[in-house]
Design a protein around this ligand. Structure first.
Ligand SMILES: [Zn+2]
Ligand SMILES: [Zn+2]
Length: 308
């Protein structure tokens, strides 16, 4: 007998929720890193997989090791690969701690890894793409914590002006009249590690197309543990699921001992089939692969029918 090779864990979860890819790794207490390539944002950096290097921004939900363990390495690898300094976005309350950690590496390494740091207050936002903003909001956890929403800002011509000739509209605009309404379309929300509460019922979270949420505990007798660790329990998730308008909810941060099949069963039992069908587990490799294969097949069929 020869020794067995190590288990092949650590492979990344992947979901295609058009137009977004949600990819990364998330196991409670071990590591959480969730990359949205279309938005150039990676939420948290518990570890730094190669595919997360291309993200321009790393938005931290809080300072627990399973969410920041790969942060310095991410900055260093981006620099090493010639991708320019990474931009860290964080809760203003932990700005000096993040700097302190990066300073620690600088003194250890006797060299400086470049990075940008943007601290955000509650409700503050930054532009991450044309007309697309990243907004932070406070959540409730055992350390200072924030969630994020990605918002598209759109303008729409005021209804009573629709049909007017372009020149007329231009004149009105030049004379200082507001001719458009400003709309906010919440695209994606990431809530980090948090207790349930009013912050999950904000309009920009409730109406986001995709919500990425933690749910650390699924067992009925783990409600107390969820409360102590200030995490979500499946009971909280189900109550919340009834109140949100998202097309998809991606559940992350399950404990390693949670059995995915069991968790899914429980969710269906408590939320009903229809609501539960909105929910995806990021680390459910098997089901997510099947789902992706179906998407690929449907896309292929559509292409063929368009070519004929
Ligand atoms: Zn965590
Ligand atoms: Zn935490």
């Amino acid at each position: 007998m020869i020794p067995r090779p190590p288990p092949r864990d650590g492979s990344l979860g992947f979901l295609y929720l058009p137009p977004f890819r949600v990819q990364g790794y998330s196991v409670a207490g071990e590591a959480t890193t969730i990359n949205i390539p279309e938005m150039d944002v990676c939420f948290d950096m518990g570890m730094a997989p190669r595919s997360a290097l291309a993200a321009k921004f790393c938005a931290l939900s809080h300072g627990h090791m399973d969410h920041v363990g790969g942060l310095a390495y991410w900055c260093s690898q981006r620099n090493f690969q010639g991708m320019g300094p990474g931009t860290i976005v964080c809760d203003a309350r932990i700005e000096s701690d993040v700097r302190g950690m990066m300073d620690g590496f600088q003194s250890l390494e006797r060299q400086k890894t470049p990075y940008e740091l943007i601290p955000l207050e509650h409700e503050q936002e930054i532009q991450i793409k044309n007309n697309i903003m990243l907004r932070a909001f406070h959540t409730e956890h055992t350390a200072p914590s924030v969630g994020y929403v990605i918002i598209e800002k759109r303008t729409k011509l005021k209804e009573h002006l629709v049909g007017l000739p372009q020149e007329k509209l231009r004149d009105m605009k030049q004379s200082g009249e507001e001719i458009v309404n400003h709309l906010e379309v919440p695209l994606l929300a990431y809530t980090g590690d948090t207790l349930p509460g009013a912050h999950l019922l904000r309009d920009d979270v409730r109406k986001a197309q995709v919500i990425i949420s933690e749910c650390t505990f699924f067992e009925p007798d783990h409600k107390e543990r969820a409360k102590i660790g200030m995490h979500m329990h499946v009971d909280d998730l189900v109550e919340w699921l009834k109140l949100v308008e998202c097309e998809h909810m991606v559940v992350v941060h399950l404990s390693r001992r949670t059995h995915l099949g069991q968790a899914r069963k429980q969710l269906v039992q408590q939320a009903g089939k229809e609501l539960a069908s909105k929910v995806h587990f990021l680390m459910d490799h098997r089901n997510n692969r099947l789902r992706y294969e179906e998407q690929a097949q449907a896309a292929h069929k559509l292409e063929e029918s368009l070519n004929n």
